[in-house]
Design a binder for this molecule. Structure first.
Ligand code: BEZ
Length: 251
């Protein structure tokens, strides 16, 4: 049985702080106003949620990771452990906001249904997630590395990276009016070696291997990726694509 993805707030802060730092454009798209009640779907350790609190919003954060929720609660966020596929709110939010979380939720209809139920009739859903082609180079190397070890599974990736057309259909099917949706290439400089990124985000792949085989596998992936994602100065850049949208409750 493969190990599940786990979230270590300290490791996340070290290797992935940029995820919240780069969330400012979707926050601007949300255009939060003081006093609005906002649900942050996949709040992680609350770094971006805190910005909403500072603006004067009444914010609830939810995340599937108890460790990340504990880190968010620690900085004063009203955060709760909840699977994004099983949101349980009833018409109480002016907006549902999400940054860099929904690509971990592979059943979009369930997620969007919960968002819909959480929103007031005039509410909006503003989010950014990995979009079609996101980390394709990294994902391909991870899959190829497992295939070379005899592990072939078409559903091995923990990520969901939809196209604009695909996600628009999911939103419209549940009576959202899509005002804006765009796929944005965003090559993302990493704070260190890609190994830190792999340790933080690629546990669904490494977890397929017995413990002693994991480090050699990751070293091999790093070598494969070094010719593609690392420049002569040693700067690693991940091939991120973002899907950003603003949609309005229309029923
Ligand atoms: C992200 O946090 O944006 C991300 C994580 C894993 C794969 C791709 C993107």
């Amino acid at each position: 049985m493969a190990d599940e993805q786990t979230w270590d707030p300290e490791r996340y802060a070290r290797h992935a702080r940029f995820v919240a730092d780069l969330g400012m454009p979707v926050l601007a798209l949300l255009d939060p106003r003081e006093g609005e009640r906002i649900l942050d779907l996949g709040c992680g350790d609350g770094a971006l949620t805190q910005k909403l609190v500072e603006i004067g919003c009444d914010v609830v954060g939810v995340d599937g990771s108890a460790a990340q929720v504990a880190a968010a609660v620690n900085i004063g966020i009203d955060a709760r452990v909840m699977d994004g596929h099983e949101l349980s709110f009833d018409r109480e939010f002016d907006a549902v906001f999400s940054n860099a979380a929904m690509h971990w939720m592979k059943r979009p209809d369930e997620v969007i249904r919960g968002v819909k139920e959480a929103l007031l009739p005039s509410g909006r859903f503003v989010a950014e997630m990995g979009g079609f082609g996101c980390v394709h180079t990294i994902e391909t190397a991870l899959i190829d590395g497992l295939a070379a070890r005899g592990i072939i599974d078409t559903d091995i990736s923990p990520w969901y990276f939809p196209t604009v057309e695909e996600y628009r259909i999911h939103l419209e099917r549940q009576q959202f009016r899509v005002d804006y949706i765009e796929l944005i290439p965003r090559p993302t400089p990493l704070p260190g070696d890609v190994s830190g990124w792999l340790e933080t985000f690629a546990q669904a792949f490494t977890g397929r291997l017995p413990e002693p085989e994991r480090a050699p596998y990751l070293d091999e992936i790093r070598d494969v990726l070094s010719t593609k994602l690392c420049d002569n100065e040693g700067q690693w850049t991940a091939d991120y694509m973002r899907l950003r949208f603003a949609a309005y409750n229309s029923a």
